[in-house]
Write a protein that binds this ligand. Structure first.
Ligand SMILES: [Zn+2]
Ligand SMILES: [Zn+2]
Length: 162
């Protein structure tokens, strides 16, 4: 347990260092993503950054799509940003606590997503280590289905038809 804690705090100080040493473009992308009320695709991000550039009458250009893609890749590698796949072509991105990650419930009807309060897979990883001797270092999990609002709307439509 003690060693685990030490590894974790070492990792976090490394990530704080990484945040400081980020290139200018990546810092801009990170702060734009931090201000966003929801997850954004690279395209959404580019659009938002252009708008805020115009609003603030900034000198110089807002980063192009290539810089944004490259920055997102770098931020993801540093564990500062998480890429989320919603089952379509475009990945969405959100800022995460260094070394942490989120899981989402994605509604296939309206596209809304709900963030899970906790990772439900940590116990599963322990079981896998015990039963298979396999040490899991990372995992991906997004759950697709129908949100409560869409379920209710569907039920109302069904009763109307009767
Ligand atoms: Zn829905
Ligand atoms: Zn997890």
């Amino acid at each position: 347990m003690g060693t685990m804690m030490m590894i974790r705090s070492k990792l976090e100080s490394k990530l704080v260092g990484a945040r400081k040493s980020l290139p200018k473009g990546a810092k801009a992308v990170l702060s734009a993503l931090q201000q966003a009320p929801e997850m954004l695709s690279a395209r959404d991000l580019s659009f938002r950054m252009k708008l805020s550039h115009q609003a603030h009458d900034d000198k110089g250009k807002s980063p192009g799509l290539t810089t944004i893609y490259r920055s997102l890749e770098l931020l993801t590698r540093h564990g500062l940003v998480q890429a989320v796949s919603f089952g379509d072509q475009e990945k969405r991105y959100e800022v995460v606590e260094p070394g942490h990650h989120n899981h989402h419930l994605v509604c296939k009807s309206c596209g809304n997503n709900i963030k899970l309060k906790e990772c439900l897979l940590e116990r599963l990883e322990e079981t896998i280590l015990q039963e298979y001797g396999f040490s899991v270092s990372e995992h991906l999990l997004e759950l697709f289905g129908t949100c409560q609002t869409c379920q209710l709307a569907k039920n109302i439509n069904n009763t109307d038809r009767r």
